[in-house]
Each structure stands twice: as C-alpha cells, then as structure tokens.
Design a protein around this ligand. Structure first.
Ligand SMILES: CC(C)(COP(=O)(O)OP(=O)(O)OC[C@H]1O[C@@H](n2cnc3c(N)ncnc32)[C@H](O)[C@@H]1OP(=O)(O)O)[C@@H](O)C(=O)NCCC(=O)NCCS
Length: 174
C-alpha cells in the first residue's frame, strides 16, 4: 500500500460540527447513521476520532473512524499470541469506513483505508497495540478488507485483524 495522496480537489479533515454529515450517502444505513448521529458525539467524548474526505464544495465524499479497544489473548491466532501475556491486549480499531455512492469504485475506499492504517501506524509509535481490528458488516465488506491482508480472527468470521508487525511491514514497504 503506497503513501496516501488523494486526488486533486479532495482533502482530509478531522470531523467538525459544520461538516454536512447528514448529506452523506454510501448505501449502507449503519455507516450513514454513524456519521450523521454519533461520530461527532463520540469524538467530543474522546471515544473515537473521525476524519472526513471533503470535495471542493465541502461535501463529504468519504470518512473513517478510529478508536482503541481490547481483545482477549485467546481471541488471537496462536501464531500471533504465542509471545504475548495471557490477558486482554490493546488494539487499534477501524470502527467505520465509507465512501459516498457517487464516488465508489474510484479508489477512494482504498486510499481512506491506507490513510487510516497510516494513522494507526503513527499512533502506534506512541501508544502500543498488537493489531488493528475491524468488524465487517457483511461479506462484501469482508472481501474488500481481505484484499489488504486483513485476516479472520479464529471463530469470528466477521472480525478481521492486521497484526502490528504486518502493519509496520506494510508502512515500510510504502
Ligand atoms: C466498501 C467501500 C468503502 C469501498 O470503497 P470504494 O471507494 O468503492 O472502493 P475502491 O474503489 O477503493 O476499491 C478498492 C478495491 O476494492 C474492491 N471493492 C470495492 N468495493 C468492494 C466491495 N463492496 N466488496 C468487495 N470488493 C470491493 C474494488 O474492486 C477494488 O479492487 P481493485 O483495486 O482490485 O479494482 C464502499 O463501497 C462503501 O462505502 N460501501 C458502503 C459502506 C461499507 O460497506 N463500508 C464498509 C463496512 S464499515
């Protein structure tokens, strides 16, 4: 995954109150509702952060939300957990990702995912975590993420992870 440069005319900003959150439509109600009703509240409470990709008219064409979380030692595949302590382990969480319907299929989802992973990588230099985790809404979303080295957690087919080791390797390659 190469360094993130968005197409001309698009810029990434932290979600702010004046951004038109309710006009964002990506075809997935839960992803729209999160941005419309919850993302800002959660950001204000320091529970998650959301970045929005804006076009020249200041419309939101995509966004992602990152948070922190924990997984149980036993949730990780044994090859990942063998050197880790037997307790809850810190993870970065890619909680939400969406691209507006009009701009889907143009590579923006891939770029937003790359930027979200870069954010995780940079944060990981200060606050350690063992993996990036995400929950897929459905099989289509899962096949999107599987293209980028995310793997299933054992027994949890819709929960995917990318180990920090793999994340570091990806960032060093790009
Ligand atoms: C999933 C989503 C973010 C992808 O964004 P996008 O901008 O359309 O994706 P891209 O154009 O960057 O596509 C990147 C690659 O993923 C593939 N892809 C795109 N959408 C896909 C999907 N739904 N399922 C499987 N693969 C998909 C593309 O074919 C492309 O592959 P290629 O590089 O080999 O051609 C977007 O379709 C979306 O917002 N969907 C609704 C919300 C959602 O489901 N979010 C994810 C769960 S939180």
């Amino acid at each position: 995954m190469s360094g993130v440069r968005f197409p001309e005319g698009l810029r990434l900003e932290h979600l702010q109150r004046h951004h038109p959150r309710k006009s964002f439509h990506c075809g997935e109600e839960a992803v729209e509702d999160w941005l419309s009703h919850k993302a800002l509240q959660h950001q204000d409470k320091h529970l998650s952060t959301t970045k929005v990709l804006l076009d020249e008219e200041n419309a939101i064409v995509g966004y992602y939300t990152l948070a922190t979380g924990q997984v149980d030692f036993g949730d990780l595949p044994s090859q990942e957990s063998k050197r880790l302590p037997h307790r809850a382990l810190p993870v970065a969480v890619l909680a939400w990702l969406g691209v507006c319907i009009q701009r889907q299929g143009q590579g923006l989802g891939r770029l937003l995912l790359a930027q979200s992973l870069r954010d995780c990588f940079e944060a990981g230099k200060t606050f350690a975590f063992v993996a990036v985790i995400l929950d897929c809404l459905h099989d289509r979303a899962k096949s999107f993420y599987r293209q980028y080295d995310f793997e299933e957690l054992p027994g949890q087919p819709y929960r995917l992870f990318l180990s920090t080791k793999r994340l570091q390797a990806m960032m060093e390659e790009s």
